[in-house]
Design a protein around this ligand. Structure first.
Ligand code: WQD
Length: 340
């Protein structure tokens, strides 16, 4: 089986991508420093796939560590690079940590990949690079805007580092995947989003409120220019997102050019408001959710959702799971956390 290195593979999207890779006949090799994940996630992947895989604990800013992984695994076919710090609010408080970790880990990885003649790269980028788009839905040529946070800035800078490396003639074929809002969990409830600490994101806050761990959900603003006044996002099931990574690896394997880079949006192509998410969740859980309308959260944008045509035309991939399916899977996953 072809080996694919997943940096940050014990994380939320990384762990689900490991499962999707196994399901498509690849062999994942996982690297993680457990800064925002736990070893139990590796057991979950093993239980779902019923297969063994290599795991290395370490940091992607450490070239010797990455060299050791490549030498130990010999023929790594390609890399999916998730490893990064990703809390928007935290990045505002700790910009230097974010710039160092997110950018240095990419530079180190690219150097080691070049040294090891590994030429396939899928990079975990984000729709954050668009800021508040002037026109919706967002296509890949929608102008990038000054990021609202150091986190978003690191994603924009990393995309440019990859593009410039390819332009320099390096033997690298890379695609930057710009995610919209990943939500949900694997239907087995053996892996999901491990919100370590108070969740920033909407869905874990909803499920923790419904589970009685939080008193109520604060809805950040209902005075936006949207149909119900609450902000709109493109919520994509994490398993759809995982499968998009596998489709991207397969596409890069077939790409004839030896130096190639592109960007592709990974979203469902439609948006839902916070209130629509709450209503959908109440249908899933069968209970009313306790929430209160509060002020807007600083840095939030009003509305963003993807034009998903390019992912379909280039990768032959499109999201196939609904928001309710994602909420159902997230709720089932939350049910397992109480017992942890
Ligand atoms: C979604 C909506 C909130 C919590 C961020 C990153 C993005 C990506 C996904 C990494 C917004 C509202 C939320 C709450 C609320 N991460 N909300 N009450 O901010 O769209 O995107 O996470 O790649 O890069 O920017 O996601 O889930 O925080 O918020 O009303 O307690 O839910 O205002 O409208 P966001 P989110």
């Amino acid at each position: 089986m072809k080996k694919i290195l997943i940096t940050g593979g014990a994380g939320f999207i990384g762990s689900h991508t490991a499962v999707a890779l196994f399901e498509s006949g690849y062999l994942p090799v996982i690297v993680d420093n457990f800064s925002n994940s736990e070893a139990t996630v590796l057991k979950g992947i093993q239980k779902i796939c019923d297969k063994e895989f290599s795991f290395y604990e370490g940091d992607c800013t450490d070239a010797d560590f990455l060299q050791h992984v490549f030498k130990s695994e010999e023929n790594i076919e390609g890399v999916i690079h998730f490893a990064a710090s990703k809390a928007v609010g935290e990045s505002v408080e700790k910009p230097l940590e974010y710039y160092y970790n997110n950018i240095q880990s990419l530079i180190t990885l690219l150097n080691v990949m070049n040294d090891q003649r590994c030429s396939l790269l899928v990079f975990s980028s984000s729709c954050t690079v668009y800021g508040q788009p002037d026109k919706l839905p967002v296509t890949e040529v929608t102008p990038k805007k000054q990021a609202e946070s150091p986190y978003g800035n690191t994603k924009r800078i990393c995309e440019e580092i990859i593009e410039d490396t390819v332009k320099s003639g390096a033997l690298l074929k890379a695609i930057n995947l710009r995610y919209f809002n990943p939500v949900g969990a694997h239907p087995s409830a053996l892996i999901g989003e491990l919100p370590l600490g108070v969740p920033n994101n909407l869905i874990p806050f909803i499920t923790q409120t419904a589970a009685g761990m939080r008193e109520k959900l604060m809805v950040f603003g209902d005075d936006y220019s949207t149909p119900d006044g609450t902000a709109i996002r493109d919520y994509i099931h994490v398993m759809d997102l995982a499968e998009a990574h596998v489709a991207t690896i397969a596409f890069l394997e077939k790409t004839a050019e030896t130096s190639y880079s592109d960007v592709i949006n990974v979203g469902t192509g439609h948006g839902n408001s916070v209130m629509e998410v709450i209503q959908a969740f109440e249908e899933v859980s069968g209970d009313k959710l306790s929430y209160q309308i509060g002020p807007r959260r600083s840095g939030d944008i009003e509305m963003v959702y993807a034009n998903a045509d390019k992912s379909q035309s280039v990768l032959g991939w499109k999201a196939k799971r609904s928001l309710k399916e994602a909420l159902d899977d997230a709720w089932r996953w939350q049910g397992t956390l109480k017992s942890k």
